[in-house]
Write a protein that binds this ligand. Structure first.
Ligand SMILES: *Cc1c(COP(=O)(O)O)cnc(C)c1O
Length: 416
């Protein structure tokens, strides 16, 4: 952060450095927050800064082995403008529904660079996937048979990969998505038999998808999981009906949200991957290696902005009641997979530092005690009309929130 008038007081957030503060106002996309709010025409709104996404992709490209392909996992933020921007600077897109696939195809990304994962794909999902020729990550033997039937009907031979539920876990992951009993993918030990059946179906086997977890901030855990991912791929390739041409190793790179969390050090992960990718060039010579990232590319680029509507004191605690809350930003309320509720980093965007500060609870307009954006946070003394900013809001924000709950209007959304 820069230009904070001292001796004014400002809460410290180690994770706000991606945005500038000028004349005590947060700036995003070259504009002060108040100017942006006027341009959007309403609060609350989400704003996503393309230069922050660019910086993440550039840092990854500089660190990672050049042969590694970088995909954007759209479910982190499916806003079409964001997807369009990321499609242009990454090597492909990963989708999880026909709806996401339509947005992905709209960007002009080649179907060969789009892959479709997700358990319980509907017939509509599969029909669009087969018709458009994207890589389908098959999540079960039954799904394989359904795809084969559709393929036969329309005389196609769609490219397919097997999504593997690995026999190891990504340790210390915020969300574990592999190992043990899981609804995702096919257990590694069942994959060879499935590959054998696949050989006689009208499907073009291209490779494997091995995704073990999400939101990890420990390089050693990621390194270990990636080693095991390649080992598993080598092992399964021995039973494959065709050479592995595509290997999606998942992602899992985390971003810091809470006090004490630090940015992931890419260097050791990149050094390890360089070795793994080089070995793979010999052992799976035809394979394109793909890393799929959602959160890491977009989370820090996004802010959620809401306006203070009321301020009141209840039995000694001050409440800032805003027009934004869990209906727009479930994750910041602590109700999207958090075990112990922690505050996302917040600031008062139109007055980052104040001559006076106070401890407040920032809450939303919903009639539920779950609607909290900040529990006992210190902010500059605020009044109705002031703008509260929630940082680290570019991933799993609006599209992961129950917008219909209590029938308030949806927020604005802009790419700046
Ligand atoms: C959710 C998901 C991702 C993205 O995870 P992030 O933590 O946002 O990077 C990638 N791949 C698959 C299969 C997913 O389900």
């Amino acid at each position: 952060m820069s230009d904070i008038p001292s001796p004014a007081k400002v809460p410290e957030h180690a994770v706000m450095q991606q945005f500038e503060v000028i004349d005590n106002s947060l700036h995003i996309g070259g504009r002060s927050l108040s100017a942006l709010a006027s341009a959007v025409g309403r609060t609350p709104f989400y704003a996503y800064d393309r230069t922050v996404m660019d910086a993440r992709v550039t840092a990854l490209r500089e660190a990672m082995p050049p042969r590694l392909h970088l995909h954007y996992a759209m479910k982190a933020n499916p806003m079409p403008d964001v997807v369009q921007h990321l499609a242009a600077i990454t090597d492909g897109l990963d989708v999880a529904s026909a709806g996401e696939l339509r947005v992905a195809l709209e960007t002009g990304t080649a179907p060969a660079n789009i892959s479709f994962a997700g358990p319980g794909k509907s017939t509509e999902d599969l029909e669009l996937a087969v018709a458009s020729g994207v890589i389908i990550n098959m999540e079960s033997r039954r799904e394989m048979e359904r795809i084969a039937l559709l393929a036969e009907r329309c005389g196609k031979r769609p490219p397919v990969a097997i999504r593997v539920n690995p026999d190891f876990e990504l340790k210390a992951a915020g969300m574990k998505m592999g190992s043990g009993p899981k609804p995702f993918g096919v257990d590694a030990e069942q994959v060879p038999a499935m590959m054998q059946s696949l050989a006689s179906l009208p499907l073009e086997f291209v490779g494997l998808h091995i995704f073990s977890g999400s939101q990890n901030l420990r390089p050693q855990a990621i390194i270990e999981a990636q080693r095991k991912t390649f080992e598993l791929a080598y092992h399964l390739s021995q039973s494959a009906p065709a050479p592995i041409r595509w290997l999606n190793i998942g992602g899992g790179l985390g971003v810091p949200y809470f006090p004490g969390e630090r940015h992931l050090d890419l260097a050791p992960i990149a050094a390890n991957l360089a070795e793994l990718v080089e070995t793979a060039a010999a052992r799976l010579p035809e394979a394109e290696i793909v890393m799929e990232l959602g959160r890491y590319l977009v989370a820090e680029a996004g802010i959620y902005v809401c306006e203070v509507v009321d301020k009141k004191v209840s039995r000694g605690e001050t409440f800032l009641v805003t027009n934004g809350g869990l209906h727009h930003h479930l994750a910041a309320s602590g109700n999207f997979g958090q075990v112990i509720r922690k505050n996302y980093p917040l600031c008062l965007g139109n007055r980052v530092a104040g001559d006076t500060t106070e401890e407040v609870n920032v809450v939303g307009p919903l009639c539920t005690p779950l609607d909290i954006l900040g529990h006992r946070v210190t902010l500059p003394t605020a009044e109705p009309g002031d703008l509260v900013v929630v940082f680290q809001s570019g991933a799993y924000g609006l599209s992961a929130s129950p917008v219909g709950f209590l029938s308030h209007p949806p927020p604005g959304e802009v790419l700046v």
